[in-house]
Design a protein around this ligand. Structure first.
Ligand code: AMP
Ligand code: GLY
Length: 424
């Protein structure tokens, strides 16, 4: 098969790495890709948001399946565009993707279909939002309605913070159009987890559990990021909790998609808070997580292409993938300044030494560009260092040993990914 993979992050390098193991893959194109995907297939200089350009390319190269990595092209309706031309594509329709691209849409969907979530109110003017927070209980959570690279959520502990966040988002346009409408919601405390499930409109296929580390500093301190590292299994969920999540979240979700005629064939991954009152959904993501994908694909033993095709064809009920018993860890090395505006163009050294340390290490590139035989940072998250181990500790030690051998100016990473966590 000829495959077109859209995106340029660590997630896409991991998807490309796994797709290459499929005996059915003939030619792999990645648009626009990164230095890591260039080693596995042909990078195509088309932006992920250039939906028309991508369509023409897929038609010209007789692509059998297009796989969408990031959220933006989904929100722009790339799936509808390809399907209207009779092309097969993995991902939800524009309407289905609104579960991620509009938090108020998702909230309304959850409330109508009995999916537990935090109580919230939607505001379209800063004066109404500001009046509301004058008398509200704290802490409370202020969320940009649209896509904001995982940075559009502010937890306000007092009124001044809430007013500041409203002003920045709604009046100053900190998140652009995404933040002109906001949600103000109840603060939930508990243990946070997420689950990934492929959904084909009729059935779902749950992935093993994984845990992201969203805050930039150790011990979950500092601002939120796209994700600084992942472990799988998470050490948080046992079989019973997973069953509860299936029953309370995924089953009403599938019923809701059907009842609302929301076409959805792709990956759905809710962020969940396990509260004293039971599990509640914080948000939906309509794509593979980054860096969750990196650990999943280290653990997936079956052919990824089979699973993606079954999702598109509506035959997921027949799939029974097998997974590594071993644990997987991914440690993200980020550019100086991330998650704020970050440095670029720093030479990366030690990649060969890190790889040579252990054949079990796989380095997934994200913000990396190659020039000649040298690699340079392109800002943001730069690399995801992954390893397997009999335990999370073992996997984590292996990944950290490799992480320490890689150098670039401003490099920073968390030191507590998979450290001290017991697997349930
Ligand atoms: P979201 O993008 O909606 O998942 O929010 C990003 C992060 O903000 C989540 O991973 C949580 O850590 C936190 N968060 C979001 N909503 C709430 C809430 N209602 N209560 C407490 N924390 C929240
Ligand atoms: N790592 C979280 C996400 O991909 O949204």
């Amino acid at each position: 098969m000829n495959i077109l993979l859209i995106g340029s992050g660590g997630r896409e390098h991991a998807l490309a790495w796994k797709l290459l193991q499929s005996p059915r893959l003939r030619k792999l194109y990645i648009a626009p890709g990164n230095a890591g995907t260039a080693m596995l297939g042909e990078n195509v200089p088309l932006a992920a948001s250039d939906t028309k350009g991508l369509l023409s390319f897929a038609q010209e190269k007789k692509i059998d399946l297009t796989i969408v990595g990031p959220d933006d092209p989904l929100a722009l309706g790339i799936v509808d565009l390809f399907e209207a031309e009779g092309l097969r594509i993995f991902g939800p329709s524009q309407l289905g993707a609104r579960l991620e691209s509009s938090k108020s849409f998702a909230k309304d969907f959850m409330n109508r279909h009995g999916i537990p979530t935090a109580a919230s109110k939607t505001f379209t003017t800063s004066s109404a939002a500001s009046a509301y927070v004058q008398t509200a209980n704290y802490p409370l959570v202020i969320k940009a309605d649209g896509l904001a690279l995982g940075k559009g959520v502010i937890i306000a502990t007092k009124r001044e913070e809430a007013l500041g966040a409203i002003h920045q988002s709604m009046d100053l346009g900190l998140f652009g159009a995404a933040g002109r409408t906001i949600l103000i919601e109840e603060f939930l405390s508990g243990v946070e987890c997420s689950l990934h499930a492929l959904v084909d409109g009729k059935s779902k296929l749950l992935f093993p559990d994984a845990r992201d580390h969203k805050r930039v500093f150790d011990g979950n301190r500092g601002p939120n990021t796209g994700g600084m590292g992942t472990i799988s299994p998470s050490g948080l969920l046992d079989a019973q909790v997973e069953k509860t999540l299936e029953r309370m979240l995924f089953e009403p979700l599938l019923r809701g998609l059907k009842a609302d005629s929301l076409p959805f064939r792709g990956m759905l991954f809710p962020g969940i808070m396990l509260t004293e009152e039971g599990p509640k959904v914080l948000e939906f993501n309509c794509r593979f997580g980054d860096p969750e994908t990196q650990v999943f694909l280290r653990r997936l033993k079956s052919d990824l292409l089979d699973l993606l095709e079954a999702t598109v064809d509506g035959t997921l009920a027949n799939e029974e993938p097998s997974w590594e018993e071993r644990s997987a860890v991914c440690i993200v090395l980020a550019s100086g300044g991330y998650p704020g505006s970050s440095e670029k163009g720093k030479i990366i050294q030690g990649l060969t030494a890190a790889q040579a340390l252990d054949p079990d290490i796989v380095l997934f590139h994200a913000g990396v560009v190659q020039e000649g035989s040298s690699y340079y940072t392109a800002g943001g998250r730069v690399l995801g260092i992954t390893a397997l181990g009999a335990t999370l500790q073992e996997a984590s030690q292996r990944a950290y040993a490799a992480a320490e051998l890689i150098h670039f100016e401003g490099k920073h990473y968390r030191r507590d990914i998979g450290v001290g966590i017991r697997t349930i």
